[in-house]
Structure formats: C-alpha cells, structure tokens
Ligand binder design. Sequence first.
Ligand SMILES: [Zn+2]
Length: 201
Amino acid sequence: MDSLRRLEEIFAHFPGIGPRQAKRFVYYLLNKSPASIKEFTQLVEEVKRSTSECTKCHRFFFGTTKLTSCSICSDASRDQTCLMVVARDSDFESIEKSGAYRGLYFILGGTVPILDKEFEKRIRIKLLLERVSEKNSAIKEIILSLNATPDGENTAEIVKEALTKLKGDFRNSILGRGLSTGAELEYVDGDTIRSALSNRK
Ligand SMILES: [Zn+2]
C-alpha cells in the first residue's frame, strides 16, 4: 500500500471519521506548505511526549512523565467521596468546564455496543472495580455519566451490574434525565449538565 492510502486509512480510524472525510484530510494536508506540515507533525509528537495517563482516573494530562496522578486526583480539596464515571476524556472535559461537579473522575475509555459480549476489552471495568475497592477509598457515591444513547445506556447497565457485585458501602446514581434521549455529554451545555447532576437518582 502506498503512503497516501496508508495515511487515508489512519485518518479513517479516527473517531467519527469515515473514508470520505479521511480522503479530504489527506488532500487538505497535501495543500499545506512543508513548514505547516512540519509544525503539525512536530506538534503531534510533542503532545504525545508531554502527556501522561493518570494512574487513578486514566485521563490524559499535561505534565512530566514523573507525575503519576493528575491535578484533579491529587487535589485534596476535591470531594473524595464522589467518583464520576465517564466514557471518554472529551466527556470529562465538558463536565469539568461546566463547573457543576467538584468530585473525582474515572475514564472508562469507551462504551460497549449492545450485544457486544467482550466488554472487558472495550472499557476499563476491571480497573474501575479496583479503583473503588482501594483500601483507603473514601468513595460513597459513584455517578454514572454516560451518553443518553443506546451504547451509553448499555454501558451504564454493565457498570452498574459489576458494581453491585462489589461489597462496597456506596450508592450508584445515574446522571438524571436533564439529558434528553440521544444526548451526548461532549455536546451538552453547562446548564444541562448542572440540571442532570441535581436530578441524579
Ligand atoms: Zn487523575
């Protein structure tokens, strides 16, 4: 396969990008000057080099690779009794931006499509169970903040079922119906997130 096709294929694997858009990306880049291409490739490398995955919440954060936990997980002023489970880093970002939540997070790393039996490969369910059963854990409430889509709801069910098998002294709550059916957290505004949080059950 030539490099042009290979690049197309790489773009087609990006989330939400189909083969046609992938082609457009390639031609967009081809129209750029060598200097902009250099800046782009260097930036991708730099972002990769300067970010780490937090060992507690598993989100990516900027910082030296010596740090093992992110600024939120290591912030003692955050509510240590609340753990919010989200699918992706982008969901975390929109909730954090809303300013409506002051607890801790856990990034599942994706969602599980309905009928998919291999959910352990798609989401960090084992790591989540380990996180909530940590010895010194102060977690009292786990808030499942997943998209109000079929995949999001299926994932919430899987997580809920796994959590109920744990002997923990905490309650599960699902982000309330301030979210309309089909809503994706990444795109909802701060007010909607605030109302969904106060309506959680
Ligand atoms: Zn963290």
